[in-house]
Design a protein around this ligand. Sequence first.
Ligand code: BGC
Length: 892
Amino acid sequence: MMASNIQHLLEQMTLEEKISLLAGASAWRTVPIERLGIPAIKVTDGPNGARGDSSFAGGLPSAAFPVGVALAATWNTDLIEKIGNALGEEVKSKAAHVLLAPTVNIHRSPLNGRNFECYSEDPFLAARIAVAYVKGVQSQGVGATIKHFIGNESEFERMTISSEIGERALREIYLPPFRAAVREAKVWAIMSSYNSLNGVHCSANAYTLQQILRDEWGFDGIVMSDWFGTRTTGQAVNAGLDLEMPGPTHWRGESLLRAVQAGEVTEEKINERALNILRLIERVGAFEETAPREEQANDRPEHRALIRRAGAESAVLLKNEAVLPIRPEKVKTIAIIGPNAKTAQIMGAGSAQFQPHYAVSPFEGIQARAGDTYSLEYALGCTNFRRLPVPKPEQAYTLAYFNNADLTGEPVVSESTRSLEQMWMFGNLPAEVNPNEFSARLSGEMIAGISGTHRFSVACGGKARLYVNSRLVADNWTDPNKEPFLFGSGSDEVFGTVTCQAGDKLAIRVEFSSPAGQFLSAVRVGYQEPIVGDPIAQAAAIAGAADIALVFVGLSSEWESEGYDRPDLELVKEQNALVSAVAAANPATVVVLQTGSPVTMPWFGEVAAVLQAWYPGQECGNAIADVLFGDVSPSGKLPQTYPVRLEDNPAYLNYPGDNDRVFYGEGIFVGYRYYDRKKIAPALPFGHGLSYGVFSYSDLRLSRAALTPDQSTTLSIAVTNSGDFRGQEVVQVYVRDVKSSVLRPEKELKGFAKVDLAPGETKTVEIVLDRESFAFYHDGQQRWMVEAGEFEVLVGSSSADIRLRASLTMLEAAAFEGRGHTHYHLDTPLVKLLQDDRVRKVFETHMPDLLTKGSGGAFGGDMSINGLKAMSGGFSDEQLAGIGRLLEHISD
Ligand code: BGC
């Protein structure tokens, strides 16, 4: 359909029909208008896989890709574009049209619960990854939704807090990934955030949704609210929110009709919003679809290969004292230790969570790679779970549903399941079940593996109780735990124990009831076997007897989630003690760290190597094995600085906020911009990451060493791999403004390139810098500026490992975008007034005296016209008023 056709369609619609388009019909769908052949379109979460209609756990599986921070750690935009393509295919396989991703909020504090989902502390890196991702998704005819716009850098009070962000930080740090996605990737949708920005809710913020997004950047897609994140009727429509999600509407429909009738919203605004929705329906090809599509689970070999490659490429080798890669000449026995060894940690929690096709654990990946060449030993060492893990039943369980609150009478339907965690949200229940009030019984059997005291728990959204062998073991029914189930902090369980012998049969029966009006209905059984002996000592013992010890520690989706932040920077439970004990038993100890954010590593000096492996998706164990055994040389680089301690983080004094506000007090000094400027050594710098190759840099050349703002310069750098392993290196280019009229960071990332080099090979990489590479946002003048003068170009392997430098001269100043706002008044410092040729000329002609008075004296640059009057009289009231008017006139 052509633009003129959607315009024509709009003209045929009644006001009510247009309004109906502006809110969802249900959780993931928009409202169709059959009379005019306007189809509903379907959206789906999320950044690392397309979930479709399924809930967060269970349901139809999907391909699980590496999480956001892992994608950014690849610094490989070609690869990210391919992942975007694959995600686009996944969205189509789930009969959807729009992906609710990418998440590009900035890593301001390492405690942000959604750190794993976001890309980086650096806006340039985040923007490059976002552009590649969006292009990849949209090339499949699927819409991407960049989110959350804007200032959603933590989960603390996320629905109500106001992010107080200064204009310069907003422009230089927080907006760039969105701006690049709009300008360069032409993203089709944006999701507004739950929070307010400087006191105005982001779903109804005319400054961000109209002025910045549409007037300045030319955005022609739709803005949808985050789920249940709309707060007003007329204000949101007027400000620029096209679509309220999810449906059915709570703010629009009748209420919006009344607002139009009352003249609060014009029909033109409704037309504008409705046309945006029609344009999206057109862009995703929904007008051409002839029949409804069914959701499918397509476990495709190409996706498996791509995910494995991306997982391996995202791993960052933080340290390596010649123990990696593992080689058969040196190693026969491998000790595999730790809570994340046999449990594949592949994603964080929240809306980005879903049922993967499968998940290869590190142990399985290593076992597959090791074959007969190596012998493997395993010890758990310690646990790192928050809630007791959900047991994996040997046989299927029966799940029976009742259409009443207390399991009376015959079930209306029964099904079989292998999951002891069930969630029902947005009506994903069998058709026979009344979603407004139901109860369920989950029954089956497990066999005790060992003798002793077994721990059980039951958590729920609703109420639930657990019986083992007909005895009530955990009661979350009589007086249900009030802690929220989903995205809770983990204190929602009720516990009980069962003492039995190995081989005993345990009949499990869980009763669950969902009262009327329950938003999320869920039940979850947790289980832990008896702990025998001292697990850390057992781990140290097998480590001592092996040639190398691999310790798999980290966090998990229980600690890193949407809905809450991490409490501190520590690795949880006894993992630090475990690593130290293993390291003491074997000098060849390698830590594989799986987190989505920085943790402190008190044992860093005790171990031989550390590999940061993130949450790499369904191929987790295979991707990690590829790197450990040297089938792939590590090439990831940290997208976020790892601080020595939380107190060093720039957001520390302004996090998480109070009195409904969080001040972004560090301004533009986020991440390495702060550590550099304050000369605080981090534990690991931004951009750090080692390789099995050895790279040297030489021959830095600039196509222009002097340029004007409308010109660009191309840097060329020769990179040589003088090591024995093939590998990829990320060449990073930082720019430093040697002298500036405003405070600027010591250096800022403005370019990078990833290059693949065989042993002995040299390649020349090219990186282009243009005026954006030298610009800063002048918040007085409200526009971007480049100042004339000297700049330095720093080329390195990390932000702290600069290998080459060159000087460059910007020949002229320039200002671009924005209003060029200057406001002169009687208190403006004279030195500043005199920098403006227009003011200087007037003064030269009419008040030559001022020039001498203003050029120094006891008060130097601080002196203003009012100040001169205060000190020495000097001006009559009329003169003062005249100068005031003149300055007002010159201001623009
Ligand atoms: C999240 C969004 C997500 C939406 C739909 C919200 O809670 O913040 O990122 O896309 O839910 O699931």
